[in-house]
Design a protein around this ligand. Structure first.
Ligand SMILES: Nc1ncnc2c1ncn2[C@@H]1O[C@H](COP(=O)(O)OP(=O)(O)O)[C@@H](O)[C@H]1O
Ligand SMILES: [Mg+2]
Length: 382
């Protein structure tokens, strides 16, 4: 607790844009956010006075960081499970707990648990060796999807295999692999909820996530024409949050198949890219809700603030062209209602450097505005 204000100190391991936007949400709540950041120029380190430089793989760094915190949470899932367990064993309050977090860290563990809970998932198998890959391909048909069980993000760690031989290199590296049928996707959805230790759960409307090259480029809120499937997806996310004992935000990435079935792809237990739209598009943003949840405060209202909200990620473009400052200037002139969130990163081609959000009545019009704004910031023209 901060002695001056009497308000809690929340520690977030990881200093990326999620922690940066969490700091933004912590300010009006009077909270102190404390960030463990690898580099002084990480997005959150730049805006958070209580930044501790250190490694999330070092227990010494984690424990020193956690000492003055009322609760410790995460902006990524890369803290080794044993260290999360040790923090809790040493008396720190850690949310989500190691037992819950493992399902967002290890895709094999997640698949096993979801299958045991009887929840809908793609057909899958662990890839123990070349024979297992060949057998699974024969069973479900080629191509297959192979995934690193741990450590992947933004499509790094996901491979499409056309033949069993495509797995040779991956197997040679000895990384534990998960195999999945290649699901015929109509689209991808995300069901975002938050759960508190008390057991309160708040769910946002289910959204559509548009991916390109393994990276989420656009989020449409609410997802179009969902009807009963929307309630089904929310129920699924709430069930998962309860059964896994998640505290904080839980994002359930879903596949909608061509026949309209919903399958769980993967889980994230932290604010998620598919929830950035909530900053302006919901009465309570995912960042504030995550803070409320880990502090066991009652959760905020999740109603939308407009009928249609679209978030577009801004990826770094090729060098050259107008400065970012000039791009912003022109963008604001063209669309005074557009909302921009820059992450304070150095621009590199393909790197997520910002997102934009547009709100309105008509989804197609809102989507066009968000896409144009994102193109403008990336390329210097739209
Ligand atoms: N079994 C699958 N069938 C079809 N597409 C898939 C499958 N698994 C993953 N993908 C595609 O790859 C993307 C990234 O996979 P995901 O498991 O979510 O990894 P990451 O951890 O990189 O987000 C998904 O959003 C989806 O577009
Ligand atoms: Mg994913």
């Amino acid at each position: 607790m901060d002695r001056r204000t009497g308000l809690p100190v929340v520690g977030m391991v990881g200093g990326g844009q999620l922690a940066r936007m969490t700091q933004q949400a912590a300010i009006p709540l009077g909270l102190t956010l404390r960030v463990l950041s690898a580099r002084p120029d990480d997005g959150a380190a730049l805006v958070t006075p209580q930044t501790v430089l250190g490694e999330h793989t070092s227990y010494e760094d984690l424990a020193g960081f956690a000492a003055p915190c009322d609760v410790v949470t995460f902006d990524h899932e890369h803290v080794p499970t044993a260290l999360v367990e040790k923090l809790a064993a040493d008396g720190h309050t850690v949310y989500p707990s190691a037992a819950a977090l493992i399902h967002a860290q290890d895709k094999l563990v997640m698949r096993e648990r979801l299958a045991a809970l009887g929840l809908p998932v793609p057909r899958w198998a662990p890839a123990a060796d070349a024979a297992a890959v060949a057998a699974f391909g024969t069973e479900v048909g080629w191509p297959l999807v192979a995934k690193a069980a741990r450590g992947g993000y933004d499509g790094k760690g996901v491979w499409v295999l056309d033949t069993a031989a495509d797995a040779d290199d991956l197997l040679a590296h000895g990384v534990p692999l998960l195999l999945e049928e290649k699901v015929p996707l109509r689209r991808e959805l995300s069901a975002l909820v938050a759960r508190s230790p008390f057991g309160q759960v708040g769910a946002w409307p289910v959204v559509e996530t548009v991916q390109r090259g393994g990276i989420c480029v656009e989020v449409l809120a609410p997802a179009r024409g969902l009807a009963a499937a929307g309630a089904e997806a929310q129920e699924l996310a709430i069930t998962l949050a309860d059964r896994l004992g998640v505290v904080g935000v839980l994002a359930v990435e879903l596949f909608e198949t061509h026949t309209g079935r919903l399958l769980v792809n993967e889980l994230a237990m932290r604010p998620h890219n598919s929830g950035h739209w909530t900053i302006e598009g919901s009465r309570t943003s995912q960042f504030e809700q995550h803070l409320r949840a880990v502090l066991d405060y009652p959760l905020g209202v999740t109603a939308m603030t407009a009928p249609a909200v679209v978030m577009a990620n801004v990826l770094g473009g090729e060098p050259g062209g107008p400065s970012l400052d000039e791009r912003l200037h022109h963008l604001f002139a063209a669309d005074p209602a557009i909302r921009v969130h820059l992450y304070g990163k150095q621009v590199r081609p393909g790197r997520k450097i910002a997102h934009v959000t547009a709100l309105g009545d008509d989804l197609d019009a809102v989507r066009e505005r968000a896409a144009r704004a994102a193109r403008h910031l990336r390329d210097g023209h739209s």
